[in-house]
Design a protein. Structure first.
Lengths: 113, 109
């Protein structure tokens, strides 16, 4: 347990479904991040939140919609995904922007069928 | 464009030191060197970071050359549980960690 909890651990969804991934940290961190890791590819930064405000959207398609209601929680809402969106989605947090002691969760393994 | 270059894979013997090289010839003055590792199907784990001085913690040591164009991560006594992908990352100030392909380290008994 790293202090960053992601749920669910595994998710299978159809292309017409709507689902949400949840990330929670109680480390007192103020910055939270979503990363995507596709098979045999490096991790890709998707979104950055700093004190609940989105500060980075790395050209992510609109079928991925993040939400950060407070500094401890981060969601990734999914709708009308494609099979190529199947990947490991990782959440991370850090104490402040520029502090690189990122703590990652264990990820959600998403399969789109 | 990649900021770091790492060998794709390396083997090491259990109980021996593992020395993982990383080249970052275009590193700028305010950029740090970070090391993370990812054990299969888990999230990356922070190991260590440094600016220009050598660093040591309970997990590893980081040796940065004087010109800062390369560094070496040292796992002093590798165990089977150290088998993972190790990422060397150069970054500074913009709170973005960009992961490359890393080095797949296999520790053999």
């Amino acid at each position: 347990e790293t202090g960053v909890t992601q749920t669910p651990r595994h998710l299978v969804m159809g292309m017409t479904n709507k689902k949400s991934l949840k990330c929670e940290q109680h480390l007192g961190h103020n910055a939270m991040y979503w990363y995507k890791q596709s098979a045999k590819k490096p991790l890709e930064l998707m979104f950055v939140y700093n004190f609940k405000e989105q500060t980075e959207n790395n050209s992510v398609p609109s079928r991925f919609s993040p939400e950060c209601p407070n500094s401890s929680h981060l969601f990734l809402h999914l709708h009308t995904l494609q099979p190529e969106d199947s990947a490991l989605y990782l959440c991370a947090s850090s104490q402040e922007p520029g502090n690189y002691g990122y703590t990652f969760g264990s990820g959600t393994r998403l399969t789109v069928v | 464009d990649a900021k770091t270059t790492q060998p794709p894979s390396m083997d090491c013997a259990e109980g021996r030191a593992a020395n993982l090289p990383c080249n970052h010839s275009t590193i700028s003055g305010n950029e740090y060197v970070y090391w993370y590792r990812q054990i299969h199907s888990q999230g990356p784990q922070y190991i260590i970071h440094g600016l220009k001085n050598n660093e040591t913690n309970e997990m590893a040591s980081l040796i940065i050359t004087e010109d800062r164009k390369s560094s070496t991560l040292i796992l002093p006594h590798a165990t089977l549980r150290d088998t993972a992908v190790y990422y060397c990352i150069v970054s500074g100030g913009d709170y973005k960690l960009s992961f490359g392909a890393g080095t797949t380290v296999t520790v053999r008994a």
